[in-house]
Structure formats: structure tokens, C-alpha cells
Design a protein around this ligand. Structure first.
Ligand code: MN
Length: 241
């Protein structure tokens, strides 16, 4: 069985070409020989609809499609910044859009995968805004606007929302441990992997009287991308440079 790779929070955007190049090289040098690549949200720093294909989007779509047609399964979860990734994106890349949360089998270990924002339950204001932004009515209204109008609205929202203004972890609330345990218990898993908080770590604790683990992925930068590799030997957290 081939290795499984998991990444999150690349925040790809036109303004950060070095991170895009790092990601394209990661696909080439690491993902191509893997069996499955999971991207746990915020692949893009912003996504205002599948019909906005201004550069560098086409380049990234082609690279993802190339990966999935060469035999690496591709599963992508929505993040809080790219939750509008839709059917056309999935078709163009050959990816499977994963629900959040999703439980998957990683070399025999049932594992809960999440973006992570749902775990930050102390930020009630954010969770309320999240509900509104992801409501069918809001999405339908937003997608019916022109690309220019959507770009303006997204920029406006970015200015208003604390989380979106800054990528500093200090501005993103951390997870609530009870919420973490609630999701894990509900799904009957002892292992959770997520991103979003930009606080990379391995947290070990006890759940239902058994050892439990929560892996947090680091966000990507110009010169370094964090990833998790899973194979028959176990799980390793690594950095791609
Ligand atoms: Mn996020």
C-alpha cells in the first residue's frame, strides 16, 4: 500500500508565487509517488467561485489533475477561506470533496479529519458568521453576482473579519478541548488530524480511558510546507523545502 500524505492551509494566492511553486514541486516530488493526498482546507487564500479562473488558478488546477490522473487519489476539504470550492473544481481536478468532519481509515487507524475551525468553539461570533456564510441563501446570492463584485465583497469581508485579516496564530482562537473530545467520541475515533489554527503540534491525551492523539498541521510559507506522512511504519510530521 502506498503512503498517504496530508497537508493543510497552503493559502495559495497570486501574491505568494513562491508558495505556489513550493506546492507544485511538492506534488511532483512527494505526492506523485503517494497513494492518496488529503488537503484539509484553505488550499486557497480565497475562492470566490469555480468560474473565477484568473491566474494562477489554471496552473494549479492542471497540476492537481495531472496528479489525480497519474494515480494518486485526491481528497480536498473546504477551509473557511475556500468553502466555495464546488463541483466544477472537483471535476477539473479529479478530486473528491470531503465533508468536514470526515472519518477515514489510515493504515488501519480510524481517523477524524477536520479543517479545524469547527473546533474553535470559544469564538461564538465566528461560528455564527460561518453558519450565515455557508447558508444556501447566502451562497446562491453571492454566486449570482459578477466576479468583480464578488472580489470586492470578499475583500470587504476580509477587512472586517479578524481571522481573515491576519494569518498570525494569535489572532485565531485555539481549539476547545471539550469540543475536540465531543467530535472524536461522536465518531468513535482516537485520532484526529486538522489544520486551521496554525499551531503545529501533536497533543496526546486520554479519551474513553484510552490514549488519544490530535495532530495539528502547520500552515505553508514561501520556503517550507508542513505535511504528515502515513505508512505501515506509522505517522510522521515532516517539512518539505
Ligand atoms: Mn482556516
Amino acid at each position: 500500500m502506498q503512503d498517504i500524505l496530508i497537508i493543510s492551509d497552503l493559502h495559495l494566492s497570486r501574491d505568494r508565487p513562491a508558495t505556489i511553486n513550493l506546492f507544485l514541486r511538492f506534488l511532483e516530488e512527494q505526492a506523485k509517488s503517494a497513494g492518496h493526498l488529503y488537503i484539509l482546507g484553505d488550499l486557497f487564500d480565497a475562492w470566490i467561485g469555480d468560474d473565477d479562473i484568473t491566474p494562477p488558478v489554471p496552473h494549479i488546477l492542471t497540476a492537481l489533475q495531472d496528479l489525480s490522473t497519474k494515480g494518486c487519489a485526491l481528497s480536498i476539504m473546504h477551509g473557511n477561506r475556500d468553502f466555495l470550492l464546488g463541483k466544477a473544481f472537483a471535476e477539473a481536478t479529479g478530486c473528491n470533496l470531503l465533508p468536514d468532519p470526515a472519518t477515514v481509515d489510515l493504515f488501519g487507524t480510524p481517523t477524524l479529519l477536520m479543517h479545524g475551525d469547527l473546533l474553535c468553539s470559544d469564538d461564538e461570533e465566528y461560528l455564527q458568521a460561518r453558519k450565515l456564510l455557508r447558508s444556501e441563501a447566502f451562497i446562491a446570492d453571492f454566486l449570482a453576482r459578477s466576479i468583480e463584485e464578488r472580489q470586492l465583497l470578499a475583500a470587504e469581508y476580509r477587512q472586517r473579519s479578524g481571522e481573515v485579516v491576519s494569518l498570525k496564530p494569535a489572532d485565531i482562537m485555539d481549539v476547545n478541548q471539550r469540543t475536540v473530545e465531543g467530535y472524536m467520541r461522536e465518531q468513535g475515533v482516537q485520532q484526529l488530524i486538522h489544520g486551521h489554527t496554525h499551531r503545529p503540534a501533536l497533543h496526546q491525551f486520554e479519551l474513553e480511558g484510552m490514549p488519544a492523539r490530535r495532530y495539528v498541521l502547520k500552515d505553508w510559507h514561501e520556503t517550507a510546507g508542513s505535511y504528515i506522512r502515513i505508512n505501515s511504519e506509522g505517522i510522521t510530521q515532516a517539512t518539505f523545502q
